[in-house]
Each structure stands twice: as structure tokens, then as C-alpha cells.
Design a protein around this ligand. Structure first.
Ligand code: 5AD
Ligand code: SF4
Length: 459
């Protein structure tokens, strides 16, 4: 069987795709990269906003046409599969296999079945499951928990991924070990709300560390770099900031979604913290992690958001001075409390506010990135850039970075790089040798390479 998985959505979905791909390989499938070559196409779906849902609908429509012409098994997994909205689509577009986020290990049973197979239960063995180590990649995801116990009024995730279940620390450390053996240098710890690790449905689990303790344990494993996502300010503690500060492997990139700067809106979102409390966390992070690179998520145009509320979001942005932000227009999701109880704002109001926020984000990113020019950053170069004379990767502060390949430094790895030039979205630099001087660049011939290198030479 030739199989391909098309992934939408967040890093949790990327991890699940890897898990299911590993299962498929162990079942004897060949993984192929395009839908055209595959006889099993599995869509790993996202339901958090309307846009990714529409993308799935459109691909399912195309696949139904392909199915009319040749034998093809179509599957749907992930968050949308768990919802009535997704199941209606599955019926309409003749989906053969449907797996909710808690039933991924049913993939084997699903493919053996001669009839339509729907798995929608949350199964416990998923939490102990260890996917085979990836081959040759320097970066990997590591799920530490699944599900979410919060009920932010806009969010469909607690419905699709169920209540929070923390993985046992032994399973996490075993999986980490196998990643390190496979040569992984950077691990991202994943969960809907990593700060609540070890406290499921309000109860502290015996024998489980807190998230801060888990950071320290992971830091002692010998891994070179660790990041995490995503974290809820409500469960953030000063000890987490302290653990990041004292663990050399922890990247200084910290993503703390605020969603809004207005207390009135935060209350309607049921975020369970205030602007003031959030700013206390930022102050603690800055104290323990002086070079922290701060990122956030913001929703604009939440129902009932006034111009004054939006101004509070803009002023919070200035008060924190974020390095980067993921910004979203509020998208009403059927099944969420805000969809049922609140009136959506007009589209023009939402898009106009988003545009103003993007202007602010660009100004701050430009200012923050410009301040890095001249500094030396440890950059994880994961492979060739679009132009193979260059390598691309990211700093420990998660800034996308491009460098020309240098003599003796043309392979993936973590290298010291002096930043020579920065835009709001990208940094350019040169790899340094042991003497702190730039290594000689590898000769290159293409005109594109010459054009790309010019900003470096200006700097
Ligand atoms: N509309 C817009 N953005 C949303 N997010 C979650 N639900 C919605 C929604 N209904 C955003 C939040 C969250 C990120 C993953 O997606 O900002 O942090
Ligand atoms: Fe959604 Fe809130 Fe859970 Fe994040 S913490 S997934 S925003 S409910």
C-alpha cells in the first residue's frame, strides 16, 4: 500500500502525523509524498478556526472525484474528525476511515477492516506509545500531555481532544532517550497547556513532577536544546521561569498566549487571568531569563470587543514588546460557548483591527530583530535553504535564519553565527570558526546565490 498523510494545524498534529506514519510503516505501507501516487490518503485535520476546516472540505471534494476514477481509500483523523461537523463531511464525501485524536492507534484495525471504520474513543494506551525515532533529523516533537481542562469560550480543543491526560515522566524520558540516540539535538515539548503538566482535572498526580521539575529533568538528559508549546498564563508559575533560567539547554524563546489585553474581553473568553496578572508573569520571565524572546497569540474581534478593548490589546503589546505574535481573527466555532451565546462582530471591523495589529507586530519585530545585528547566536541549521548554497535554521530565540554554507560547515548542526542583517521575519549571518572569525564561504556559482548574499556583505 502507498500511503500519504496531509497535515493541517498545529505541532500537536505534526506529532500525531509522525506517530501514525510510524504505524503505517510498521504495517508495511510505503510512505509517498503526493496524493497522486497514493492509494491511501489520510487527512490530519484541524478544527480550531473556520479556514482549516474549509481546506479539508475542498480536498475531500477533490478526493471524491479521484475515487470515482480509481481505487482509493480516504481517511480523516485529528480534531475535525471528532466533531459532528467533520462526521457530516465524512459521510458526504465517502470517507472510509475516521479516527479521532484519541484513537490513532486504531489505524491498523481500520485498514484491515473491509468496511467503513470510525474510531472516536479516547484510548489510554496512546499516552504510553513511543513512536520510532526519526532518522537523520535534528529536531523532534515530544508530547508530554494530551487534551485540555480549560474551557476558553472560543476554543473547540477541549471538545476535540478531551480532558487533560499527562504522560508518565518515565515514558517521556524513554522517548527522549530514543530521540537522542537517533541524533536529535532539539526537542519541543508539546501539550495544550504544558504548565498544567502533572495536574489532571484539578488533581496532582502522585509520582509526577511539576512542569518546572520536568524541565530540569529533561535538561539533565544531555539534549542540547529544548523548547515547549503551548502554555496557559493561568497555570504559569515563577518556578517555571526559574527552571528555564537555570537550565542551559532551555531555549530563551517563550510563547505565552495572552489572547487579549482587555480584562473585560479576557473575562468573556474565560481565560481566568487578568492583564495585570499576565504582566507579572512577564516580569518574572524577564528577571529569570534576561534574554527572553517573547511570543504570544492574540485573537482580534472577539464578540463584544469594543475599540477601547482593542486599544488595551495594542497598549499591552507595547508594554510587553513582543518579539513575535500569532494573530488571529475570531472565528466562531460551532460547539463553543462563544458561538452559542455571543454575536459575531462584522467582518470589516475584525479585519481592520487585525491590520492595525499587524502593523504594530511588524514594528516590534523589526526593532527586536535589528537589536540582534552584530550579536552571535547559536543557530540550529536544519538543512539547505531554497538556494542550496545556503543553510536555513533558527536561533535559540526561534528567529528564522539563513547563512551561506562555509568551508567545513555545510551540513546540518548547531553553529555560532554572527548576525549581519535582519528583517522583521528573517535574520542573515555568517558561521563563525573557533577563532570567532567568519569561516570562508564555500564557493558558489548561481546568480540567485550571489543576489541572496548581498545583504550579508553590506552588513
Ligand atoms: N478563533 C480565532 N482564533 C482561535 N484560536 C483558538 N480558537 C480560536 C477561534 N475560535 C487561536 C488562539 C490559540 C491558537 C492556537 O488559536 O489564539 O492560542
Ligand atoms: Fe483552547 Fe484554552 Fe485549551 Fe488553549 S488552553 S486549547 S485556548 S481551551
Amino acid at each position: 500500500m502507498k500511503a500519504t498523510v496531509v497535515t493541517y494545524g498545529c505541532q500537536m498534529n505534526e506529532y500525531d502525523t509522525h506517530l501514525v506514519e510510524s504505524q503505517l510503516v510498521s504495517l508495511g505501507a510505503d510512505l509517498v509524498s503526493s496524493v497522486d501516487e497514493a492509494d491511501f490518503v489520510l487527512l490530519n485535520t484541524c478544527a480550531v478556526r473556520g479556514k482549516p476546516v474549509e481546506k479539508v472540505r475542498s480536498l475531500l471534494g477533490d478526493l471524491r472525484k479521484v475515487k470515482a476514477q480509481r481505487p482509493l481509500v480516504v481517511g480523516m483523523m485529528g480534531c475535525l474528525a471528532q466533531l459532528e461537523e467533520g462526521q457530516q463531511m465524512a459521510r458526504k464525501f465517502q470517507v472510509d476511515v475516521l479516527l479521532g485524536p484519541g484513537s490513532l492507534l486504531d489505524i491498523g484495525a481500520a485498514l484491515e477492516s473491509n468496511e467503513r471504520f470510525w474510531g472516536l474513543q479516547f484510548k489510554d494506551e496512546l499516552h504510553a506509545h513511543i513512536p520510532p525515532a526519526p532518522t537523520g533529523k535534528l529536531q523532534a516533537h515530544l508530547t508530554i500531555m494530551r487534551g485540555c481542562d480549560h474551557h476558553c469560550t472560543y476554543c473547540i480543543v477541549p471538545t476535540t481532544r478531551g480532558p487533560q491526560v499527562s504522560r508518565h515522566p518515565d515514558d517521556i524520558l524513554r522517548e527522549l532517550d530514543s530521540l537522542l540516540t537517533a541524533g536529535v539535538q532539539e526537542v519541543t515539548l508539546l501539550g495544550q497547556n504544558v504548565n498544567a503538566y502533572g495536574v489532571d482535572q484539578g488533581a496532582r498526580l502522585a509520582g509526577y513532577p511539576t512542569f518546572a521539575e520536568l524541565i530540569r529533568m529533561v535538561g539533565r538528559s544531555g539534549v542540547q536544546r529544548v523548547k515547549f508549546t503551548t502554555s496557559h498564563p493561568m497555570n504559569f508559575t515563577e518556578d517555571v521561569a526559574a527552571a528555564i533560567g537555570e537550565t542551559p539547554a532551555m531555549c530563551e524563546y517563550i510563547h505565552l498566549p495572552v489572547q487579549s489585553g482587555s480584562n473585560r474581553v479576557l473575562r468573556r473568553m474565560a481565560r481566568e487571568y487578568t492583564r495585570e496578572k499576565y504582566l507579572t508573569h512577564i516580569e518574572q520571565i524577564r528577571r529569570h531569563v534576561p534574554h527572553a524572546v517573547l511570543a504570544t497569540d492574540i485573537i482580534v474581534g472577539f464578540p463584544g470587543e469594543t475599540e477601547e478593548d482593542f486599544q488595551d490589546t495594542l497598549s499591552l503589546y507595547d508594554e510587553v514588546g513582543y518579539d513575535s505574535a500569532y494573530m488571529f481573527i475570531y472565528s466562531p466555532r460551532p460547539g463553543t460557548p462563544s458561538y452559542t451565546h455571543f454575536q459575531d462582530l462584522p467582518r470589516e471591523v475584525k479585519t481592520e483591527r487585525l491590520q492595525r495589529l499587524i502593523v504594530k507586530q511588524k514594528e516590534w519585530s523589526a526593532r527586536k530583530n535589528a537589536a540582534k545585528v552584530g550579536t552571535v547566536q547559536q543557530v540550529l541549521l536544519r538543512g539547505d535553504a531554497h538556494d542550496p548554497a545556503f543553510l536555513e535554521g533558527h536561533t535559540s530565540g526561534n528567529h528564522p535564519t539563513v547563512v551561506p554554507k562555509a568551508l567545513g560547515a555545510d551540513r546540518p548542526g548547531i553553529y555560532p553565527v554572527r548576525i549581519g542583517h535582519a528583517t522583521p521575519h528573517m535574520m542573515y549571518g555568517q558561521i563563525l570558526g573557533p577563532d570567532g572569525q567568519p569561516l570562508p564561504e564555500r564557493p558558489r556559482h548561481t546568480p540567485e546565490a550571489a543576489a541572496l548574499s548581498s545583504p550579508l556583505q553590506m552588513a
